[in-house]
Design a protein around this ligand. Structure first.
Ligand code: GCU
Length: 386
């Protein structure tokens, strides 16, 4: 909502959010001060600048793309999964580097009654393996496969720990141990664990592009909390994902750091020193000095689809900060002639915003990925993909 305030002879538009009197880095001004006024300038100049800033100061630089020996081993194909409504594929994605070998166990359910190839959702699972149980003995709202299949989408999932265990071990295990050079000291912009998980999602995309039942041009990377931070970074780094979904991602996910609400940069670096690059620690209690803020991470998805969801009781993730990141990413979508968010007023709980290329909802309740959230994501996909 804009309030018009008469100041002397000037009429000023002021954002009427209690704490949105923030000075945010301008996604539409280049490092050299050029005003970015077209989608071509965004793509050619500004997008790359912002991506580099996030690599250098926040998530770190990923030293390896697709490993030359990447291979996909289909372990099992069950054409009659879920009482015949889906085909289940279990695929081991293997790779190696100087420090050893790694493997991602991928599960992909494809609806049988839908013309191929089928679009869908890749869940970056940051919870235990039971949450993505392909036998479906354990059914978790975290990954409601039956429901996703019924709605006609691919349900794919992998465990983040396959790529890199979530612990502060000096970057010895997981893909850091496999690909980082042992002979040179770790650089301050070397990749952290969130970037490692995002890299893993890209290796899954490498596989999905080979699966003729899957429409890899319409796949969303989705994650909750630390997984949501990962989904956004993955979408920024890998433009093959046509949507990124951030569920309650909070600090260094969708939430604007400069608001200093909920989890701070200092708090996240102290408790999870392995998630981001060493440079990020320079911004502990110095949010205003960070050369980027999280609305620019959301903006890196343009002109693709992006969805941010918050929960009313999830103050640690700063719901208002997550919403405002969408508001402040919207001008970048406008360059493409697209609507990002179609309002700058925070919606009431259970009133999702689905009309623009940025989706947003606020759910009643606490931190979590629920069936309500999934339903919203599929409604948004129905609207934009079908
Ligand atoms: C912690 C952390 C958050 C993170 C969350 C999660 O609460 O502080 O940044 O999003 O864990 O991943 O569940």
């Amino acid at each position: 909502m804009k309030l018009f305030v008469i100041l002397g002879v000037f009429l000023m538009a002021v954002d009427a959010y209690p704490s949105d009197n923030l000075l945010l880095p301008d996604p539409l001004k280049s490092a050299e001060g050029m005003v970015i006024s077209s989608s071509e300038q965004w793509q050619a100049v500004r997008r790359a600048e912002i991506l580099e800033l996030f690599r250098t100061h926040v998530y770190g630089r990923t030293p390896v793309g697709r490993p030359t020996d990447l291979r996909f081993e289909t372990k099992e194909i069950t054409p009659t999964a879920l009482s015949g409504s889906a085909t289940l594929k279990l695929v081991n994605i293997r790779y190696s580097g100087a420090g050893g070998e790694g493997m991602i166990e991928l599960s992909v359910f494809i609806p049988n009654a839908v013309p191929k190839p089928v679009p869908g959702f890749l869940l970056i699972c940051n919870r235990s393996r039971e949450n993505i149980d392909h036998t479906r003995e354990n059914k978790s709202p975290f990954w409601p496969v039956e429901w996703i299949i019924e709605r006609g989408y691919v349900a794919a999932a992998f465990l983040n720990a396959d790529v890199d265990p979530d612990k502060d071990d000096g970057f010895q295990d997981g893909v850091h141990g496999i690909f980082d050079s042992k002979n040179v000291p770790r650089s301050p912009d070397a990749w952290g664990t969130i970037a490692a998980w995002a890299w893993g999602a890209s290796r899954v995309m490498d596989y999905l592009e080979t699966d003729e039942d899957v429409d890899a041009t319409r796949m969303a990377a989705i994650g909750h909390s630390r997984g949501g931070k990962t989904a956004l970074w993955c979408g920024a780094e890998d433009q093959r994902f046509s949507m990124a979904i951030s569920n309650n991602s909070g600090c260094t996910g969708a939430a604007i750091a400069r608001r200093k609400q909920g989890e701070s940069i200092e708090a996240i670096n102290r408790r999870f020193p392995h998630w981001f690059c060493a440079n990020y620690k320079e911004y502990n209690d110095k949010e205003d000095e960070l050369p980027v803020d999280q609305h620019e991470l959301v903006a890196l998805m343009a002109p693709r689809l992006v969805y941010v969801a918050s929960a009313t009781e999830d103050n640690w993730a700063d719901p208002m900060g997550e919403f405002l990141a969408c508001v402040h990413a919207t001008p970048v979508y406008s360059l493409f002639g697209l609507t990002g968010l179609n309002t700058d007023e925070m919606p009431k709980p259970e009133h999702p915003l689905h009309d623009g290329h940025i989706g947003y909802h606020l759910r009643t309740g606490g931190h979590g990925l629920t069936e309500y959230d999934w339903n919203c994501y599929m409604d948004f996909a129905d609207k934009h993909w079908k």
